[in-house]
Design a protein around this ligand. Sequence first.
Ligand code: MG
Ligand code: MG
Length: 269
Amino acid sequence: MIYLKSESEIDKMRIAARLVSQTLAVVAKEIEPGVQTGKLDRIAEEFIVKNNAKPAFKGYGPKNNPFPATLCISVNEEVVHGIPGTRELIEGDIVSIDCGVEKDGYYGDHAYTFMVGECDEKDKALLQVTLDSLYKGIEQAVHGKKTGDIGNAIQQFCEDKGYGVVRDLVGHGIGKDMHEDPSVPNYGKAGRGERLRTGLTLAIEPMITRGTWKVKTLADKWTIVTADGSKSAHFEHDVVVREGKAEILSTFDYIAEITKNEILETQYG
Ligand code: MG
Ligand code: MG
């Protein structure tokens, strides 16, 4: 069931999304060689709870193997759903951090891929292409278009440059549930899929690799890695479909202030 939101619901979703944005920035401050991913997770959880919200990922999933942490932290060839722990980040890693919160009955869910110290030029290029592809997708999230227009824009943009577009995991509706209809694949045919209407709230989240689009799941039954070991990036925003131009509820501005990252520029005005 596709569920369109009222403006007052969108106001609440904006607050939830912004809390995720701030959480990612708080975490960004701590990202450096030697830091354990579990420390980043604890910092995020404390910040979310202090702001009267709940970590949305913790306890999510099957009862016999719920996700155990507040953040998904996925390093290098890990695409998404990496579990934080004792792993220490090292110079040159790229680290995708996905965060979800529930605040006042509504969910925010978005992600950013960070560089740890100085990174390979090819990894920087991967991050920039993935971020740019997110905005290519968001440009299509307007009233009257279809989910296939979003996926097609992301896929074309990335594949033309020789990158892999992960297919097994997709974006989604978001609102009173973290995952609502419709699915928003990062690939597909223009003009196909669900029609987008004003008030539809979506999490758009390209997962892009330097190699294959194929992925596999590790023995922990959560961590998704590229099948060929190539590095992978993931950026996600929460958006509202509107006439003419989508509204982005989340923001990377808080992160930009922390990382002073001159490489990653947004192209969405
Ligand atoms: Mg997410
Ligand atoms: Mg998501």
